[in-house]
Design a protein around this ligand. Structure first.
Ligand SMILES: Nc1ncnc2c1ncn2[C@@H]1O[C@H](COP(=O)(O)OP(=O)(O)OP(=O)(O)O)[C@@H](O)[C@H]1O
Ligand SMILES: [Mg+2]
Length: 220
């Protein structure tokens, strides 16, 4: 069983050059992997393909062993709800508080407020935002926004978590803490892919892929 699988995938934006060229890449269910590569190599692009924000120019993508090319819109929606994402620009909703941003994935699936409130508060405490529950995203520092975005992505315990530079804006100690949170989620069953420049945050034994010149290569 694969949480995600790309077979001979190529991607170009509009009529530009190919950013990804005949990529074969798979995330076995339950695995935790890191994706490195120079700026502009296509790491965010690869993540966008996996969370279905982009369609491949060529090749096949399957998620949870379902071929996306033949999945109905309803099935695609159901698959998308199994995926949590931490985007490089955070994409927090500006008119909602930190608490409401993080609670949103649970609210939309109908979880009662009385059930999710303690979980949201505990998680925000854990990432050091317990004192910023009612703040609007615009008033947060870059690292605080990043932690709120991670909390929002993990609160619903997704089957697959994609994190784009999740430690890019925090200090090294918080970076270690966030990787620990993600490692703990992985131990509880979430498949994880993290795109990062922070080589020192990649655990010794972790599966690691490098993306450059349009190709993905497993380096560990
Ligand atoms: N929407 C878009 N339209 C056209 N070109 C794009 C678009 N998004 C990204 N690109 C181009 O695709 C290439 C890969 O970009 P991408 O953001 O995937 O790289 P990255 O590896 O995530 O870089 P970084 O480490 O800086 O985040 C870059 O050359 C970029 O300019
Ligand atoms: Mg990127």
């Amino acid at each position: 069983m694969f949480a995600a699988r790309l077979d001979h995938v190529s991607l170009r934006y509009d009529r530009g050059e190919e950013i990804l060229r005949d990529v074969n890449f798979a995330l076995p269910a339950g695995s935790m992997s890191f994706l490195t590569g120079p700026s502009g190599a296509g790491k965010s692009t690869l993540l966008r393909l996996i969370y279905m924000a982009l369609k491949p120019s060529r090749g096949l993508i399957s998620l949870f062993d379902q071929d996306l090319a033949v999945a109905s819109p309803a099935l695609q929606g159901a698959i998308r709800r199994r995926i949590g994402v931490v985007l490089q620009d955070f994409s927090l909703i500006e008119h909602l508080s930190v608490f409401e941003n993080v609670a949103l994935p649970l609210r939309v699936t109908g979880t009662p407020r009385s059930v999710y409130t303690p979980d949201v508060i505990e998680l925000l405490d854990w990432v050091g935002l317990g004192h910023r529950l009612h703040a609007r995203p615009a008033t947060l520092s870059g690292g605080e926004k990043q932690r709120a975005a991670i909390a929002r992505a993990v609160i619903s315990k997704p089957d697959l978590l994609l994190a784009d530079e999740p430690t890019g804006n925090v200090d090294p100690a918080m970076g270690v803490r966030l990787i620990r949170l993600l490692t703990e989620m992985n131990r509880m069953g979430t498949t994880i892919l993290i795109a990062t420049h922070d080589h020192h945050l990649i655990p010794q034994q972790a599966r690691t892929f490098s993306l450059s010149a349009g190709a993905v290569e497993q380096t560990r």
